[in-house]
Ligand binder design. Structure first.
Ligand SMILES: *Cc1c(COP(=O)(O)O)cnc(C)c1O
Length: 356
């Protein structure tokens, strides 16, 4: 399928805000990608001016939540090259989410071409300062107007992009997290491993509780025993226990992060022992007390690495080491960001350069 390109008129191009004015998720570039699934096939892939979607009020996504998304970034290197980081991982995960939600798959190569066409046309929207980037949000929604629970027969796949600022403009900042032992995010056998909209709606209540108590993110426990650590906010979670890197296994209720996989690959490459095994909250609290737990950090595309400085559990607060950024957190951050911006060697072939 050929992607048709319909650029906005030059006088309708909007100015891009200065890099230090960028707020995550508020500003969108001039163009979007869209294609429609009708009569059993994807039709009319096209790059068009950014603008509202017209949806029937009975569109199934608005009632039954049949919708999924992805998140990745385009990075501008000092020499002007544009990098994507392991984009096919996102395209594959998109299709895994799609299958779990009974939606029609999108050809991974076409999906990548769509992103490249979009990035090429809106290349001026990619910020120039290191740490800032162009966030890319592929989405699929059920658009068929129909009331009644079953998979829809019509869908829209669209991609929007927008410039985002550096996650740590004032330097690497450890976050405070709140262990939710009452509300859960996902249960094994449910949809926790899909990047589907319902998971984020399900997370809001606990996140608001945490915020009211002064905590930035929720540490999610497993839904059955409320004992095993699963994720932190919308990030995967890692622990440095003595000199081993430990992260919960992908058991079905955890989102398989691209950053998670990259941290595991890097650790192995560096000769760090990695253990994907269940971690109980008691082990975390005991480890903080004994000093065996040296670092906690979250991983995800938005922040790359998010060090955790404090954990709140059952009405008590525990400071991890002295609340400062750990050595491994910094090392993973520097390496991954260095590879993304072309400043460090890429021995894994993670970088996909966009042809401009
Ligand atoms: C997207 C996401 C992640 C991180 O995935 P990355 O591919 O590393 O960005 C982790 N947990 C949840 C719940 C997510 O939605």
């Amino acid at each position: 399928m050929q992607i048709s390109v319909h650029p906005v008129a030059p006088e309708q191009r909007r100015p891009r805000p200065a890099d230090d004015q960028l707020v995550f998720g508020r500003i969108f570039s001039d163009h979007m990608f869209r294609m429609d699934y009708q009569e059993g096939a994807w039709q009319n892939p096209r790059v068009i001016p950014y603008g509202p979607l017209e949806l029937d009020p009975a569109a199934m996504v608005l009632h039954y939540g049949q919708g999924i998304f992805e998140g990745l970034k385009a990075y501008r290197c000092a020499d002007g090259r544009i990098h994507l980081f392991r984009p096919l991982k996102n395209m594959e995960r998109f299709n895994r989410s799609v299958r779990r939600m009974c939606m029609p798959e999108v050809d991974a190569q076409l999906h990548l071409e769509a992103i490249e066409a979009l990035v090429r046309l809106d290349v001026e929207w990619i910020p120039r300062s290191v740490g800032a980037s162009l966030y890319i949000r592929p989405t699929m929604i059920a658009s068929e107007p129909h009331l009644g629970v079953r998979p829809a027969a019509e869908y829209i796949h669209y991609i929007i992009t927008g410039p985002v600022g550096a996650y740590y403009p004032e330097g690497f900042n450890p976050i405070k997290i709140y262990v939710s032992d009452q509300y859960v995010r996902a249960v094994r056998g449910g949809v926790g491993e899909a990047k589907t909209m319902a998971n984020y709606a399900a997370s809001l209540f606990a996140a608001e509780l945490a915020k009211k108590k002064g905590y930035t993110q929720v540490l999610w426990l497993d839904a059955v025993e409320r004992r095993y650590v699963e994720e932190v906010g919308t990030m995967n979670i890692f622990f440095r226990l003595k000199d081993e890197l430990v992260t919960p296994p992908l058991s079905g209720s955890i989102l398989p992060g691209v950053t998670r996989e990259s941290v595991i690959d890097l650790a192995k490459h560096w000769g760090i022992a990695v253990n994907e095994r269940p971690v109980t909250i008691d082990e975390v609290i005991d480890g903080i007390a004994s000093g065996d737990l040296k670092e906690i950090f979250g991983t995800g595309t938005a922040a790359v690495i998010s060090p955790v400085g404090e954990v709140f559990y059952k009405e008590k607060s525990y400071v991890v080491q002295d609340g400062s950024v750990g050595e491994w957190s910094r090392r993973f951050y520097d390496e991954i960001v260095g590879i993304q911006y072309g400043e460090k060697e890429d021995p894994f072939g993670w970088i996909h350069q966009v042809t401009l």
